[in-house]
Design a protein around this ligand. Sequence first.
Ligand SMILES: [Zn+2]
Length: 563
Amino acid sequence: MKFRLIILVLLAFFQSAAQDKYPTNYFRYPLDIKPSFSGRFADLRPNHFHSGLDFRTNQREGYPIYAVADGYISRLRVQTGGFGQAIYIDHPNGYTSVYAHLRAYAPQIAKTVKDFQYRLQSFEVDIPLTFSEIQVKKGDLIGWSGNTGSSGGPHLHFEIRDTQSEEPINPQLFGLTGSDLIKPEIKGVYLYKLNGQAFSEKVTKQYIPVKALNGNYQALSNEPIVLNGESGFGLVAFDRNQIQGTAHGLHRIEMQLDGKTVYEANLERFSFDATKAINSHLDYPSLKNSGINIHKTFVEPGNPLQIYQAKNNGRISLEDESVHNLTYIVSDVAGNQSILTLKIKQGIPYQSSSFTEKGTVFKYDAENYYSNEEVRISIPKGTLYSDVDFEYASAPRIAGTFSKQHRIHRSRTPIHQTYQLAIKADLSLTAKLQEKALIVDAGGAAQGGTFKNGFVETEVKSFGTFFIKVDTLAPRITPVNINNGKAMTGISKIIFKIADNLSGIGSFIGTIDGQWVLMEYDQKSSTLWHQFDERTQPGKHVFELMVTDKKGNQSTFKASFTL
Ligand SMILES: [Zn+2]
């Protein structure tokens, strides 16, 4: 009895130690409405894991946002995309809270931002602030919720970061949580026949359907799954807060072989530098080809995410002919768990064709180069997740372009960072057009570029097909509510729609009577506006706007108005 009590006390101690890793009573909620999440930490997003909690705001803007604890504002940032209008607060306990997509800042903060924008003559600003500038108390109003930046609808994107490392941590671990009594759902498993090969879209894989049984999962078939030599597995699973609710990411995935952990992914925190490696964590070719999210539970050697603990990178080789147990334990942040057990056994080893026989092998842990008379690429170390059997091909030029089409490896092979690409221009790119040339991908997306010694050069973010085009057209400016001589009394802003055909909007400058004025820009709605303030007094004025694209093509608009 006494022994049992000691164990219970010890257990309670370890449990509270685990919970004490992050303070759970320190932060309040940033909104006063009932917390409900449209996005959770580590949700699977294009090219990144979601880095915070998305609080629903009833599809409306304008809910008051409060400081979640005492601290000081350490950074204010305005972006045309990304977080839009954002606030960062450093707290004395070593964490930073982040509030994004705000419609407006509280007055003192708004003044700081606007003064800075006028000083820099720039809408986009990133303002570092020190301890002595703007201090806040827990519960202070700091702004109003909105939909600015690359937000897909009104909500508050909220993060908690480790101030030192800037790594985002799941805010639910700090007690900012909602009810979740639903276990993660497991949809199926894939078997990858690796046999020493690097992962690529060429690896053969087999789908293993699963079924739920008494709250847990097993393979649909009772027969053991046959492995043909060294294998990897992949898991299709997600979590919900409520039945029929939004599908969210997972908190933890563990794979055991005969009761011993051979792979673990813990999505409690990650680094922003590594988040793009979600494309290595997932089976990227399957995601691109069929839209399914398969968590590969074997780790590619160039994957920089520090979320794994894996034996032999999670690759499994069975040493004997007997039947073994492969178990997945999948958890959400609330501690709900689902368990899947599979029977596996060794069969006849699969004969894979080693890819080193032909072509050029690019090593994941080295710099890699390729060039011929018409194309040059230079791939820095840290770009590839695995060794690749590099492929290059070219095709004749398409009408209206200025080079051949060059296929640089495969678009289904993800990369972690940009690499240098130079494409030789054909003779139709006359001297006059050279400064208007840029590289475009097969989907028509402009990649930028500079003409140099017969080539157009730029940094590109993916493998795929590229060629040269020119942008000679100036951006379009469409006035929404102003024309020459307009009486603007009682109107709060001058509004425009702006668009560019290819290279994209590079800059915009608005002036009133020759003085720079703040133009605010919302990229997703192509809307540009100037909000009148005390800087413009009643009377007659001249407004001018100049919009330039990334290839230097320029449009202007001019109108007099009275206020
Ligand atoms: Zn978000």
